[in-house]
Design a protein around this ligand. Structure first.
Ligand code: FMN
Ligand code: FE2
Ligand code: FE2
Length: 400
C-alpha cells in the first residue's frame, strides 16, 4: 500500500523508512532506523526531488506511482548521487522512459559511473543560479559542493519557498508517522541523532556548510526538505542555528565529556575520581563514556557538543590504547577544532599514552591541551590526588 504525505498543496513526501538497517554506510549503528526522503511536485510538469535507497525501493515506487495518479514522471532532480538516494534511478528510468534528469556538470558523469543506461537526450544540465519553470513553480539551483559529495546541489522552489537541502539538515532516525518538525519533540527525540548524523557524515566540511548557509541567508525559505529526517516548516532559525554552530566547530554547551579506555579498570577508576572532583567543584554538565562500549560516532557527536574533553587511556604496546587512537584519528579526520582537553594516561613499565595523546591533539587545529596532564603507573595513588584535583579545578574554572 502507498504511504505518502502532503507537504504543500502541490508537494508530496514519497520517501520511506528503513528500520532494519544495522549500520548506515556499513559504519554507523542505527538505533532507530533512518528515513530516505523523496519529494514529488505535481505541477504542469511532474518533478521528483531525489530517489531513495534500494532497500526501500518497493515502497518508494508505490508512493511515486500513487501520487502521480496515472500521470507520467517528467523530471527527476538529482541533488545528490550517493546511493542512499540515487540507487533507484535505474528503476525510475525503466518505469518512466521519457523522464529527464536535472543535474549539474558533476552529476552526470557520476550517473554514468553508477549506471549503464544511456543518458543521451535525458540530461538537463544546470549551474549555480539557473532557474527552471515547471509551470506554476520556478526552481532555482544552488550548488553545495562537499556538503557531503562534490556534485551536491540544493534546489529552491521560489514559488512555495521550499529548499530541497540534500543531506543538509538531515538526521538519522526513521519517521514515526510525524514528518514535520512540529509533529515531533525534536529536542528530546531528534537532536542527538541529528548531531550524530551531521558531525560524522558532514562534519569535516564545516567551511562548505558555512558557504551554503551564507547563500541560504539570501533566500526567503519557509520550508526545508532534507533527504533524511524531519521536514522543517517553522522555527527554521533553530536548526539553521545548530548547523551554524556545528559547522563553525563551536561547542553547543559548556560542559565536559570524559572519554576513557581501560582494560583492567585502573584508568577507569582515575576517570571516575576525576568526574567526582569536577562535580565537587560545581560542574553539572558532565557526560562519561567507556569508549570500548560507546560507538565512536557517539563520541564524535559529544566531542562536537561539549566545550571541554577529558581523554584517559592506558599505554598499549608503546602506543595509545587502540580504541582511543581510533577516536583521535576520527576527530582529526572530521576536523574537530577549538576544544580544551585534559589528558590522563597510564602504563605499567613505560607509560607513553599521555605524551602520545597530547602530540596527536597537537596535529589538530586550535586544540588547547591543559598543563598538568596526569600519568599514573598502573593505578592512582594518594600521592597523585592533588595533581588530579588541580587539573579538575582548571576545567571547572573555565566551565563555570
Ligand atoms: C597488550 C598490552 C600492552 C601493553 N603495553 C604497554 C606498554 O607498552 N607500556 C606500558 O607502560 N604499559 C603497557 N601495558 C600495561 C597497561 O598500560 C597498564 O597495565 C595499565 O595500568 C592498564 O590500565 P587499565 O587498568 O586501565 O587497563 C600494556 C598492557 C597490555 C594488556
Ligand atoms: Fe550523502
Ligand atoms: Fe544521505
Amino acid at each position: 500500500m502507498y504511504c505518502f504525505r502532503k507537504v504543500t498543496d502541490a508537494l508530496y513526501w514519497v520517501g520511506a523508512n528503513d528500520r532494519r538497517l544495522e549500520l548506515f554506510e556499513n559504519i554507523f549503528p542505527l538505533r532507530d532506523g533512518v528515513s530516505y526522503n523523496s519529494y514529488l511536485l505535481m505541477d504542469e510538469k511532474t518533478v521528483l526531488f531525489d530517489a531513495a535507497d534500494y532497500a526501500v525501493g518497493r515502497q518508494f515506487l508505490e508512493n511515486v506511482q500513487a501520487v502521480l495518479g496515472g500521470r507520467t514522471l517528467d523530471y527527476l532532480v538529482v541533488n545528490h548521487m550517493e546511493p542512499d538516494h540515487c540507487a533507484m534511478i535505474g528503476d525510475l528510468v525503466l518505469r518512466y522512459p521519457d523522464m529527464k534528469l536535472i543535474g549539474n556538470a558533476k552529476t552526470f558523469p557520476m550517473i554514468s559511473q553508477f549506471f549503464d543506461f544511456d543518458l543521451e537526450g535525458k540530461m538537463v544540465t544546470v549551474k549555480e543560479g539557473d532557474t527552471f519553470s515547471t509551470g506554476k513553480h520556478t526552481l532555482h539551483f544552488v550548488m553545495a559542493p562537499m556538503v557531503h559529495w562534490p556534485e551536491v546541489m540544493m534546489t529552491y522552489d521560489e514559488t512555495d519557498k521550499v529548499l530541497f537541502s540534500a543531506d543538509g539538515f538531515g538526521s538519522f532516525k526513521a519517521l514515526n508517522g510525524g514528518i514535520f518538525n512540529d509533529e515531533v519533540d525534536f529536542d528530546r527525540d531528534w537532536l542527538d541523532e541529528a548531531r550524530r548524523y551531521y558531525t560524522n557524515i558532514v562534519g569535516k566540511y564545516g567551511m562548505q556548510v558555512q558557504n551554503v548557509l551564507k547563500k541560504a541567508a539570501s533566500l526567503d525559505i519557509q520550508i526545508i526538505c532534507p533527504l533524511h529526517g524531519v521536514i522543517w516548516r517553522n522555527n527554521l532559525d533553530y536548526i539553521i542555528g545548530k548547523y551554524d554552530i556545528w559547522s563553525k566547530y563551536e561547542p553547543e554547551e559548556k560542559g565536559v565529556m570524559i572519554a576513557y579506555a581501560s582494560m583492567y579498570g585502573n584508568t577507569e577508576n582515575m576517570a571516575e575520581v576525576f568526574a567526582m572532583m569536577l562535580s565537587e567543584a560545581g560542574v553539572k554538565n558532565i557526560c562519561m563514556h567507556n569508549i570500548s562500549k560507546t560507538h565512536v560516532s557517539e563520541l564524535i557527536s559529544d566531542s562536537f557538543k561539549y566545550s571541554h574533553i577529558v581523554l584517559a587511556a592506558p599505554t598499549y604496546n608503546n602506543g595509545i590504547y587502540p580504541l582511543m587512537d581510533n577516536f583521535l584519528e576520527d576527530m582529526k579526520a572530521l576536523a574537530l577544532k577549538n576544544r580544551t582537553v585534559a589528558v590522563l594516561g597510564n602504563g605499567s613499565w613505560a607509560p607513553q599514552s599521555t605524551k602520545l595523546i597530547t602530540s596527536k591533539l597537537g596535529e589538530m587545529k586550535g586544540m588547547t591541551v591543559l598543563d598538568g596532564a596526569v600519568t599514573v603507573k598502573s593505578s592512582l595513588k594518594d600521592a597523585q590526588m592533588e595533581e588530579l584535583k588541580s587539573l579538575s579545578r582548571q576545567i571547572a574554572q573555565e566551565v563555570l
